[in-house]
Design a protein around this ligand. Structure first.
Ligand code: SF4
Length: 258
């Protein structure tokens, strides 16, 4: 049975969820110049689209610059993003950096290249933000990215840590924001299809799928089938912690209880 997608409803929900995150974490202020990191995937297109909407409709006056990194993966369609952004009349910059050759040279065949690749990309994006005078960087991570990272850190990292909605870059120069933090991946997917964004495939580098993340994704999907809304409950838990009922003495002063 084919289900029809109510795009009006999804648009409304995505905008509402994004605005709630922006307000809750005080993500955007008057005078901000925000560099939107655009990979060409569904999440970053949605992020740019929703931020452009708020730029037109909210009382906060801020600038947006879309930045994409051409990492020189074989088959990267160089014309897709410039064509899209020019049609939207959005200020943009394409940064060229051959991270592809570097990771292929440094990482042995069969090992994941993602960690080195992301580190290099992050460094270059921070440098670009500085060059263009952007005080903030916006990333397209959504609710499911945050939940998956939380479980990955528990299962494989031995720590209770998710993804922050807002943080200072390592060098302290920039504030990084994740305005889609409250948005559901499924709605982003449906929105992206309805808007017909010109998606650039994310497997051009030939990297192995990130196996652990795929496993966690499947685990959460299976839970959702058994207990609908499980993801919403988990996400609420991340916003509702009790340091006194965990075991981290750096977060709660157990010693002073006499
Ligand atoms: S999938 Fe490819 S481009 Fe993306 S982080 Fe991994 S190595 Fe880099």
């Amino acid at each position: 049975m084919e289900t029809t997608i109510d795009i009006k409803k999804i648009t409304k929900r995505l905008r509402r969820d994004t605005w709630n995150a922006i307000e809750e974490y005080n993500m955007i202020q008057d005078g901000d110049k925000i560099m939107v990191c655009l990979s060409g995937g569904k999440d970053s297109y949605t992020l740019l689209d929703v931020l452009l909407h708020f730029q037109k409709t909210s009382d906060i006056k801020f600038e947006l610059v879309a930045v994409n990194m051409d990492q020189k993966q074989p088959g990267f369609p160089v014309e897709v993003l410039p064509n899209y952004l020019e049609a939207l009349e959005v200020p943009y910059l394409i940064v060229e950096q051959d991270t592809y050759s570097v990771v292929k040279e440094k990482i042995p065949e069969g090992k994941s290249t993602c960690s080195l690749c992301s580190r290099m990309r992050r460094g270059r994006l921070y440098a670009t933000a500085k060059e263009i005078g952007a005080n903030k960087l916006a990333l397209g991570h959504h609710r499911e990215d945050i939940i998956e990272t939380f479980f990955l850190n528990i299962f494989f990292g031995g720590k209770l840590e998710a993804m922050p909605p807002k943080f200072k870059s390592d060098n302290g120069d920039h504030v990084v924001i994740r305005p889609l933090a409250f948005c559901k991946e499924e709605e982003i997917m449906q929105y992206s299809e309805a808007k017909d964004f010109p998606i650039i495939p994310c497997n051009l580098c030939g990297s192995q799928p990130k196996l652990q993340r795929q496993l966690v994704k499947k685990m959460i999907k299976d839970w959702e089938l058994l207990y609908p809304d499980r993801s919403a409950v988990i996400f609420n838990a991340l916003k509702n912690t009790s340091p006194s009922h965990l075991l981290d003495s750096k977060l709660f002063d157990f010693k002073s209880i006499m």
